[in-house]
Design a protein around this ligand. Sequence first.
Ligand code: CA
Length: 509
Amino acid sequence: MAVAACITASAQAPANRPNIIYVFPDQMRNHAMGFWNEEGFRDSVNFKGDPVITPRLNAFARQARVLTSCQSNFPLSSPHRGMLLTGMFSENSGVSANCVANRPVSDLRDDAVCISDVLSSAGYNCAYIGKLHAHHPTPNDPDRPGLYVEDRVPAWDAYTPPERRHSFDYWYSYGTFDVHKHPHYWDTDGRRHDIDDWSPRHETNKAIAYLRNDGNVRDTSRPFFMMVSYNPPHSPYRSTDDCLEEDYALYADKPLGELLVRENADTTMSKAVSARYYFASVTGVDRQFGRILDTLDSLGLADNTIVVFSSDHGETMCSQGVEDPKNSPYSESMNVPMLVRYPGHIAPDVDRGLIMSSPDIMPTLLGMAGLADRIPAEVEGRDYSGRFLGTGDSAPLRDGALYMRNGDGDRDSLGNVISYFPVARGIKTDRYTIALTIDKKTGKLKSSLFFDDIADPYQLRNIPLDEQPEVVADLCARMVDLLREADDPWYKNHILADMIPYPSSATAD
Ligand code: CA
């Protein structure tokens, strides 16, 4: 499929190509959309949807292709974003862990061809609004030369200078920052804006202004690609400093047992009260997403615009009793929304057969825009656009989604992390979830999580590996192909070769 980018001019003139809007809140699990409890959707999944109020997403879902199984392979901010932008797994995107100043090992590669680079070369205007969190923070504050943009040590937030923006010609973004009602952004020209508003509402204002072309920010003779990265829902979820009062009021009086409805939720955890703020954030995001849709309608852009709603990763919110909201193979952590609307081209439906991975999103969107011939050769994701469009020429489906978790490896004399350690790998298939964690010193198996997601949809029983050896062997065999496609260190270094049947020729080190 893949031919080097920028060689072939495609037949379709740029002005006729669809616009693309990609909206992704940060920590929104697939379960947190109200339509999963509605007729037409409820029978497609084997979990109870959250009792969350999302009227706009519910209506949008009936106009869209809705996946039941879009998996965030490495369910953490930066690694997912690296895969989303480059179409490559974290080994090759450059983003091998969450980006922070003392972890230079994780940084979006400047020489990777991102989705925005391809679309820009095909004539698109490209806009990025909201959280990026894919670059290693460096001391490059435009207002304070030689300093980081924040004084916290190590710095997490970051400024992305123009030469690192991967062809996004409109910029209103920041690295990572969690004060939801006092966000800040750097614009196209590097000017900082400090705002007193709930960040999704402010970012939606900016997105609407971009759509209306206020200030002549785009060339209306060209198609546009706009990414809108809302931070909420994202911790903290502690008070109405984190969400809007009107949304909190919808959940304030509900007993926790009515909010955390799945059997795997532990409502006695101190975190459980956060559910009210979490769902309030989701409802607020739903309303803001609706404002974008309304603007498309009022401008007559809806028919020629592909609109995607997804997320970075999920949020466990007391499921399995774990404190960590993400970075785990549990369903609430890995399974994210994936709704795609393209009127007249993608028939509204629920797709239960496709397990989509983070790196598949970039080539699939390029395929939908008629740019399959420009998918960069080094892309590892698969172009499923034919499946969405009904043209039949889709990439073959994967057996499942790779699960990945990295930890810090070696440090230099200053304490900077200069390599990563591939702590855990696993696979999520249409029936099972398995994750194998290795010991850093010995490289041997340290622990495992293994669930039969059909018999036990809430992942309440971690099956001992020796109880179902044939199934474990089959899942390990399926992992080989995924690890090879991901150019993964487990494949290159034959990690857990006593369990995972790597081909004997698969040696790298
Ligand atoms: Ca995140």
